[in-house]
Design a protein around this ligand. Structure first.
Ligand SMILES: Cc1cc2nc3c(=O)[nH]c(=O)nc-3n(C[C@H](O)[C@H](O)[C@H](O)COP(=O)(O)O)c2cc1C
Length: 175
């Protein structure tokens, strides 16, 4: 395991993946991380849909005019859903679960990228969420926050540059 300080610096969004299937134990470890992530009032109202079918991944990649295309190349995509009837912090809960999976994936040498679904549209009349709902059959109480695409990296990403961190955005004591 990478130490956490290094992990936060080396995790970068990866949108190009090799064909190598993700190890089943590693996938389970990634989902375990999501299920251990913190939630408001500990409601754990999120749901996760694991998609490996290439045809479905390709259809999912077309849910937005841009920003989602990389999903067609992913080995696995995990749709992160929140229950808006159960909790008013479903977006926060879903987001924390999603990013926790991204760090766990990075620690296992697996690349990942977030594809935003909530508040994104294919066109004026169709939301990205509705397109996924039609494909994956989730109920009305659940809304997709994002999809996390996963795969072994087929691109190299540089670690975050220590010198370009926005320390000026950190305000001590008052703004
Ligand atoms: C809330 C959120 C939404 C994002 N949406 C998308 C997206 O729809 N498509 C995409 O390719 N990347 C998306 N990203 C990835 C960002 O573009 C990426 O994290 C950012 O450019 C910083 O790069 P890094 O992750 O390599 O550090 C999203 C990231 C976040 C946190």
């Amino acid at each position: 395991m990478t130490d956490f300080k290094t992990l936060v610096q080396t995790r970068r969004s990866v949108r190009k993946y090799t064909d190598q299937p993700i190890d089943a134990d590693d996938l389970k470890t990634i989902l375990r991380a999501a299920l251990m992530s913190p939630t408001g009032k500990s409601v754990r109202g999120w749901h996760f849909i694991v998609v490996t079918d290439k045809e479905v991944l390709e259809k999912m990649s077309l849910c937005r005019p841009m920003g989602s295309q990389f999903l067609a190349e992913a080995n696995v995509a995990i749709v992160v859903l929140g229950d808006h009837e159960l909790t008013d912090v479903w977006t926060e809960d879903a987001s924390i679960a999603a990013v926790t999976m991204q760090y766990q994936a990075a620690d296992l040498g697996i690349g990942s990228c977030w594809c935003q679904i909530r508040n994104r549209y294919m066109n004026e009349s169709e939301s990205a969420d509705n397109i996924l709902r039609f494909l994956l059959h989730y109920p009305q109480n659940l809304v997709a926050e994002c999809v996390i695409g996963l795969g072994y990296p087929a691109q190299e990403r540089k670690p975050q540059n220590e010198d370009s961190l926005k320390w000026e955005n950190v305000h001590v004591g008052k703004y």
